[in-house]
Design a protein around this ligand. Structure first.
Ligand SMILES: *[C@@H]1O[C@H](CO)[C@@H](O)[C@H](O)[C@H]1NC(C)=O
Length: 359
């Protein structure tokens, strides 16, 4: 009898469990395929507070394999590939039920940037072409009522490969972007948009004008740590004043797009004196981007640097990773450890010029 119930229970669980059979065992440290295809490119992903994940890619690359619902479509006269488009370029994935539904994003989110507001709303800014001055918001919901809301022309500057950081007052600062040596705030202060010059971003770009997606961390003193390629500053954004200039990172490999390394603000101990330490890992040597475009793939940077940014005379402590890595990710764990994962062993970010995936 008991066996019968257990078997029946197992049967019911298998029936209602939305995850594929190979994912039910819960083997640790193994990837499991949830869907053979979701139909869009998940260039950008954000986990929302209700365990949904919003994904979106670029809109100017032709149709996706996911239809927009209810006969909706995009009409975009400035799209380079497809002006009338009835496919979705964004979706909302439910991690609990392993289901997803298409979302409607109108403008091009290619290499845009985003931050989550204190209320859980994702604010995604900029992108390419018709999307470069757009602010879009997505407020999480547990039914089918939420979708992207777009505010065309909201940004004062074009923001493509910019970096966003949430501020203590709930606003978001949007820093840089290709050929943008300035920053601005969301929500903006007045009806007229405005941006603030930041010479540091002009100085740190390389020969290809790249120092994109700069690394930004909010420091305990309220200033912003900004790292671009090999240099770092502390910025008082309220007064538009650079308050500190840190020494350049000791190993002279650029670490921002396309020499994309990664960066974390290490966990902060609340006991006095408050210390803040930033770590940057990986990147690519100077010239690697130009060389990779010609088919010469330099080994990526294997160095990590740590700096205590509240010290009076801070200096970089360097350490080598076991292998070179560009386009890696770093994730803080609750234990205080940092996981370094993903990326390529040679080449750089960009179109098919990263080589040797680090698995
Ligand atoms: C759509 O499907 C085609 C054919 O299977 C595939 O080549 C393409 O990569 C898919 N596109 C996306 C965005 O999933």
């Amino acid at each position: 009898m008991v066996t019968f119930f257990l078997l029946a229970l197992l049967f019911i669980l298998l029936l209602v469990n939305p995850f594929p059979a190979m994912c039910q065992i819960g083997r640790e440290g193994e990837w499991c395929l949830l869907h053979a295809s979701i139909g869009i490119s998940a260039m950008h992903m954000q986990l929302l507070h209700n365990n949904m994940v919003v994904m979106f890619g670029r809109t100017d690359f032709g149709p996706s394999n996911l239809s927009l619902p209810y006969g909706r479509y995009r009409y975009d006269s400035s799209d380079n590939v497809l002006k009338n488009d009835c496919t979705a370029h964004s979706l909302l994935y439910d991690t609990g039920t392993n289901t997803f539904r298409p979302l409607m994003v109108e403008t091009d989110t290619w290499c845009s940037s985003g931050s989550v507001l204190p209320d859980g709303t994702l604010v995604q800014t900029g992108g390419y072409n018709d999307g470069d001055h757009v602010v879009r918001t997505l407020t999480p919901c547990n039914d089918e009522s939420c979708d992207w809301v777009e505010f065309p022309g909201y940004l004062s500057e074009r923001r493509w490969y910019a970096t966003n950081q949430r501020l203590p007052d709930g606003r978001i600062i949007i820093i840089g972007g290709r050929r943008q040596f300035n920053y601005e705030l969301y929500p903006r202060n007045s009806e007229s948009s405005s941006s603030f010059w930041l010479e540091f971003l002009r100085e740190t770009r390389d020969d290809d004008e790249n120092n994109l997606y700069p690394f930004v961390h909010l420091l305990p003193d309220g200033n912003l740590f900004i790292f671009a390629n090999t240099r770092a500053i502390s910025l008082d954004y309220k007064q538009n004043r650079v308050v500190r200039e840190f020494p350049s990172i000791t190993v002279d490999d650029p670490r921002n797009y396309p020499s994309s390394g990664s960066s974390v603000l290490l966990p902060i101990d609340e006991n006095e004196p408050i210390e803040a330490e930033v770590m940057e890992c990986g990147g690519a040597p100077r010239g690697a981007f130009s060389k990779a475009k010609q088919g010469i793939f330099d080994a990526a940077s294997r160095s990590c640097g740590r700096i205590k940014v509240m010290d009076e005379n801070p200096s970089w402590a360097m350490v080598d990773m076991p292998m070179p890595r560009v386009m890696g990710d770093m994730i803080l764990l609750p234990t205080g450890d940092v996981v370094i994962i993903n990326g390529a062993g040679s080449g750089t970010a960009g179109w098919e010029i990263g080589q040797n995936p680090v698995t």
